[in-house]
Design a protein around this ligand. Structure first.
Ligand SMILES: [Zn+2]
Length: 315
């Protein structure tokens, strides 16, 4: 049996970096066999599960299996999967609270918990393990935080044919067109971080794309240089952007074969299933990081629930 008290300390050290607690430094002295004994049990409040408590005689601290569980201290952990399913199916946070008969604050907390967890998993690239990518498509889609005067750009990369979402980044960008002048007057200068985050995404995917792979995008002049820099051996094809087929659905293109279908279809799926990305919606993004959480949640649902052949096998 492992000393989970020590493990917890190590985890928190990894999370908070150099801000180590004094107790951790002290506990490093005990870097030998920990002597662990049972000291009773308790029934977990929310589901009455029996949890064994242990005492480490070396550290003189007690703990249980629950100590390192990601859901520790959650009173409504049984709602996690329902909240997840609702939030990736176009249901708003307020309506999710009403449907599940809980306080809206509970949904907010669950959204943040699930979102942070999913985003961390995506950034650790657990979804790319054992993945051999032969063809990739990428493009930007636009949304905004708080007001149309503060647009955000989502760079999305998908695997061709399977439509598996490989990664995404959210970047701020200045308002364009008619709104540009108003936006500057109201909110001042807005940074354009699109190039920076596009490069971050490419760096993340660089080692997972096979050397003979093909990369496709539209004819945005800014893409070429970055693609050349991060994907030297891969073939790069660009296609002219086309008009959307349905009013308001800019992602689905009209007329015949679409070479960027995998990407455009995935972008349309995001628009259809993440309520803050709907066209003409009341639900809008207030913070860019929460948009990232929401897309990360959806990526998991999309990659491992919606797509065929990517569901984890039962064995
Ligand atoms: Zn110990």
């Amino acid at each position: 049996m492992q000393c989970l008290y020590q493990l917890k300390l190590k985890q928190s050290q990894a999370t908070f970096g150099s801000h180590t607690s004094k107790s951790f430094k002290d506990s490093q002295v005990f870097d030998r066999e920990h002597h662990i004994v049972k000291i009773g049990h308790f029934f977990r409040n929310c589901d009455q599960a029996l949890i064994q408590r242990y005492l480490c005689r070396t550290c003189r601290k007690s703990f249980s299996q629950e100590t390192i569980h990601p859901c520790v201290y959650q009173k409504k952990r049984h709602l996690n999967s329902s909240v997840f399913n609702l939030l990736v199916s176009g249901v708003s946070q307020r309506r999710a609270a009403r449907l599940l008969q809980v306080n809206p604050k509970t949904i907010v907390r669950k959204f943040l918990f699930l979102g942070q967890f999913s985003l961390a998993e995506l950034r650790n690239k657990t979804h790319l393990q054992n993945k051999h990518i032969e063809a990739m498509q990428f493009d930007d889609m636009e949304t905004f935080e708080h007001s149309k005067c503060k647009p955000l750009s989502i760079t999305l990369a998908v695997e061709e044919k399977t439509r598996f979402i490989l990664g995404f980044r959210v970047a701020s960008m200045p308002a364009k067109g008619l709104l540009a002048k108003t936006a500057r007057a109201k909110y001042g200068y807005r940074k354009d971080e699109r190039a920076k985050f596009r490069r971050k995404l490419f760096r993340e995917l660089q080692n997972h794309i096979s050397a003979e792979a093909t990369i496709k995008s539209d004819m945005n002049p800014h893409y070429k240089e970055d693609v050349r820099r991060y994907f030297q051996t891969q073939a790069y094809f660009t296609y002219k952007g086309r008009r959307g087929c349905v009013v308001g659905q800019g992602e689905l293109k009209s007329g015949g074969f679409d070479p960027l279908f995998s990407l455009n279809h995935t972008a349309a799926m995001l628009r259809a299933n993440i309520n803050r990305l709907f066209r003409r919606t009341w639900c809008t993004t207030k913070k860019a990081i929460c948009l990232e959480y929401h897309i990360a949640l959806y990526c998991f649902y999309h990659n491992f629930v919606l797509l065929p052949n990517t569901q984890p096998s039962s064995d």
